[in-house]
Unconditional design. Structure first.
Length: 142
């Protein structure tokens, strides 16, 4: 599944993959809302400002219960400094509660990411911890 925003990025992205669903968006926020309504997990690889925006947007939606039990998996060594700062500075100063970190997982190997996905898929297959976010976002699908 791919959700493109930038027309040039979209051309490159679509030319590299065969996708079963393709949808274009005029607004980045609409893309994020649709992405979140479909996600059983969020996997965050190293990236820049857009990656950070998507990470914190996903996390904030979980914090205020606008999405279901959605694990946010931070993949790579790059996130160790951020998670440490969140605990030692932001959490320590009371800007969020420790329970807000319950769905944040930092892993440094692809094998651990894949294992997480398998566990999530297994839960969903057994109809455990299943929640569909369509109603919260009023997302229309064709």
């Amino acid at each position: 599944m791919g959700y493109g925003f930038n027309p040039l990025e979209k051309i490159w992205f679509y030319s590299k993959l065969t996708l079963d669903i393709k949808k274009e968006f005029d607004r980045f926020s609409s893309r994020l809302d649709t992405f979140m309504s479909l996600s059983d997990a969020v996997i965050v690889a190293p990236g820049g400002i857009g990656t950070l925006l998507e990470l914190f947007y996903s996390w904030q939606l979980a914090q205020v219960h606008h999405i279901c039990e959605t694990p946010i998996i931070l993949y790579g060594d790059i996130w160790a400094t951020l998670t440490n700062w969140l605990r030692t500075e932001v959490l320590a100063k009371g800007f969020f509660d420790s329970k807000d970190m319950h769905n944040i997982f930092h892993v440094t190997s692809v094998d651990k990411v894949v294992n997480f996905i398998r566990i999530i898929h297994k839960d969903r297959s057994r109809m455990e911890h299943v929640c569909v976010n369509y109603n919260k976002y009023r997302v229309e699908f064709e």
